[in-house]
Design a binder for this molecule. Sequence first.
Ligand SMILES: Cc1cc2nc3c(=O)[nH]c(=O)nc-3n(C[C@H](O)[C@H](O)[C@H](O)COP(=O)(O)O)c2cc1C
Length: 356
Amino acid sequence: MPRAVFDYVDGAAGEETGLSLSRAAYRSYSFVPRVMRDVRDVDTSRTMLGKRSALPIVLGPTGFTRMMHHAGETAVAHAATDASVPYVLSTLGTTSIEELRSRVPHWDPWFQLYLWKDRGASHELLARVRESGCDVLVLTVDTPVGGLRLRDERNGLSIPPKLTPATLMDMAKYPRWWSNLLTTEPLEFATFRDSGGTVADLVDRVFEPSITTDDVEWLRGEWPGRLVIKGIQSLEDAVLARDLGADAVLLSNHGGRQVERGLPPIELLPGVVEALDAKTEVFVDGGVLSGADVLIAVALGATGVWLGRAYLYGLMAGGQAGVERVLSIFAKEISTNMRLIGVTSLDQLDGTYLSR
Ligand SMILES: Cc1cc2nc3c(=O)[nH]c(=O)nc-3n(C[C@H](O)[C@H](O)[C@H](O)COP(=O)(O)O)c2cc1C
C-alpha cells in the first residue's frame, strides 16, 4: 500500500520514543524456565470478562481499518472469531456495528467508544451498540487531543485519502490498493454515516478535551454491560477507574500514538495488579509483537494482552489470511514457549518465571 498508509499504522507520536520504549520493555525480561515436567498437554485459553478465549489476546480497536485493506473490519472479525479471540470494533471503524454483525454473525461484538459531551448523541450510539448484542464496552480516555504524528504530517495523510497530483502519481506504484479503494464501498466512518458531519467534525468530536470523571460516571449509569477503561497510564488513575465502576482497566498509551515518551504500560502492570482487587481485570497493550511478550505480561499479572499493529501488519500484508497467520504465529509461540518454560496452563505463570 502507499507509504502514507503504512506509516499511519507503523508510526507513533513525536520521535516515537513511547513506542520503542514499550517494545524494549518486553525485551528487558528473560524467562526462568522450569524443566523435567510433563508438558505434553498445554492449555493456552483464558477467561476474559467472563468469556473464554483460545488465547490471552484481544484484537484491539483500530480506526480506518478499510484503509489498510479493503476487507477491513470484516476480515479482522472473521479471523478473530475463527481463532476464538475477541475483536473490538472502533468508534472510528469503517464498518458499522450493525454491518459487522450481519457479515460475521458469530462475532461476539465488543465496541470501543469515544465519549462526547453531547450526551444525547452518546446515548443514541450506546443504544445501537446494546441492540447489536454487545456486552463489552471499551471507553478510550487517552485522547483529549490528537497526538503529534509527524509521519502523517510529513506524508500529508488525509482520511479518507484524497485524489491529488501526488496521490495520482502514487497510484502508478500501487494500482491494486488504489483500485480496491476506489471500487469498493466508500471509505468513511460507518458509525456516523447518517449523522451529516464532515470527517473533520467527527474527528473533532472524538478528541474531546473536556471529558472528566463526571462523564465517565454518567456513562457507567447508562451502560448496564461490562465496562473497560482504556488508556490508563498511572496507578492513581487505575484505582480511580476501578472506583468509577470499571470492570477492567487497559493499561495503554495508545501504542505511543498520543503522549510522547509515555511510560511503557508493562512497567505499571505489577503495581496496578497489586493495588486492585481481583474483581477488576487488568489488561495491557503497546509494543506487543510476539507470543513471548504475551507470556511476560501474563506472568506479571495481566488477564490478557491487546494487539494493535501486530494484527494490522498481517491485515496489510494479506487481508483476512494475513490476520489468521498472525494469530496462528502467536498461538504457536505461546504454546511452544509455555512448554519450554514448564507450564501447562496460564494460571501457573507468575513472576518467578521471569528475571530482569
Ligand atoms: C492504526 C491504528 C489505529 C488505532 N485506532 C484506535 C481507535 O480508533 N481507538 C482506540 O481506542 N485505539 C486505537 N488505536 C490504539 C490501539 O487500540 C492500541 O492501543 C495500540 O495499537 C497498542 O499498541 P501496539 O500497536 O503496539 O500493539 C489505534 C492504533 C493503531 C496502530
